[in-house]
Design a protein around this ligand. Structure first.
Ligand code: ATP
Ligand code: MG
Length: 331
């Protein structure tokens, strides 16, 4: 018998409409040697979304991912993937998912080509199918030129790409990625994010874990925040921003500076603050999200004759929101 959690405000489960959620974690508890790693975890991920899974070290991210990809069995509660139970219908679940773990420890003495071919064969692809698939996945992760290299001789970023290519070999509908961006340089991070966006555009659902909320904010449409085995937030990224109670702030770069520009910005309905960033053609603008939307704000700026060269959300408040939701200290 699992005791009730003291978790305040567990997210409510909306009534299912149409297709089942792609991931459905329902009141999951998981304990290792008396220490509870997951404490009544409930959240859902919907089809076609790019869903971030964010939490500090020891929060329970990898444990959740292992449950979803059938490497662990839930001790209490249910985990369903595409409506199928991960214990009762393990095989059916495995056929639809691709899991990228947070390390690349084995198969190092294989070339990239051999490694992908090995997994293709394990998935039952014919020689011809494997040749075509390897071609496609290597091109997608931009590693065509390194197919004959030994995996042990690749940089970490390249190994991450090969790992992602391997996940794509069986053309999964759901990608489960455990901290794929960790250890990557900023260029490689951006490239990875672009690949993930492209995969989402191909209709795949992507579930990606990270320690850093702001890293996923641009990429993900929805997010679950977990800390010490408990879900602190699960829902849309915009919902999280609203919850912070802060007014969204943007950095506007203009191509035609003028004396009157600041007044034009301040007179836009809903704008609470507009200030020039010293010695740059840039302005910081905050607006009241209960009165206007980002879309309307940008339209109003353009209608006032401003040539917009950049319009980027200021992310500081996201990190603050994350720290507010999670606790400090060793888990
Ligand atoms: N195989 C295991 N044996 C014992 N304890 C475990 C095992 N796997 C996980 N744990 C414990 O479960 C808790 C959650 O671990 P988990 O790996 O899921 O966290 P995480 O969010 O992935 O952390 P990180 O960001 O460091 O990867 C931790 O307290 C961890 O020590
Ligand atoms: Mg982990």
């Amino acid at each position: 018998m699992i005791p009730e959690s003291e978790t305040e405000g567990r997210p409510s489960r909306p009534a299912p409409i149409g297709a089942p959620p792609v991931i459905d974690m329902d009141d999951v508890v998981h304990t290792f040697k008396g220490r509870r790693a997951l404490d009544h975890v409930t959240f859902q991920v919907h089809a076609g979304s790019l869903h971030g899974f964010v939490g500090p070290n020891g929060a329970g991210k990898t444990t959740s991912l292992k449950l979803i990809c059938t490497l662990l069995r839930p001790q209490f509660g249910e985990v369903r993937v595409f409506g199928k139970d991960v214990v009762q219908e393990q095989r059916a679940v495995r056929q639809k998912i691709g899991f990228m773990p947070d390390h690349f420890s084995t198969y190092r003495q294989m070339s990239v080509q051999e490694y992908l071919d090995f997994f293709g064969a394990a998935y039952g692809l014919t020689y011809r199918q494997r040749t075509e698939t390897i071609e496609q996945v290597l091109s997608l992760v931009d590693m065509d030129g390194r197919r004959n290299d030994l995996i042990s001789g690749l940089s970490r970023g390249m190994q991450q790409r090969v790992s992602l290519a391997r996940v794509l070999v069986n053309d999964p509908d759901l990608l489960l990625l455990d901290e794929p961006a960790s250890g990557l340089d900023p260029h490689a991070r951006i490239e990875l994010m672009e690949i993930l966006k492209a995969l989402q555009g191909m209709g795949k659902t992507i579930f990606i874990s990270s320690h850093i909320l702001s890293e996923l904010a641009e990429l993900c449409d929805s997010v679950t925040i977990i800390d010490r085995g408990r879900v602190k937030y699960s829902g849309s990224m915009t919902g999280l921003l609203d919850r912070t109670g802060e007014h969204p702030t943007y950095r506007l770069t203009v191509g035609n500076e003028s004396e009157e520009l600041i007044d034009h910005l301040r007179e836009i309905p809903g704008v609470m603050l507009a200030e020039r960033i010293p010695e740059r053609p840039e302005y910081r603008i905050s607006f009241d999200w209960t009165q206007t939307t980002t879309n309307d704000l940008l339209r109003a700026i353009i209608e006032r004759g401003v040539i917009v060269q950049g319009f980027v959300q200021h992310r500081k408040h996201l990190n603050e929101a994350f720290l507010d939701l999670t606790e400090r200290g060793i888990r």
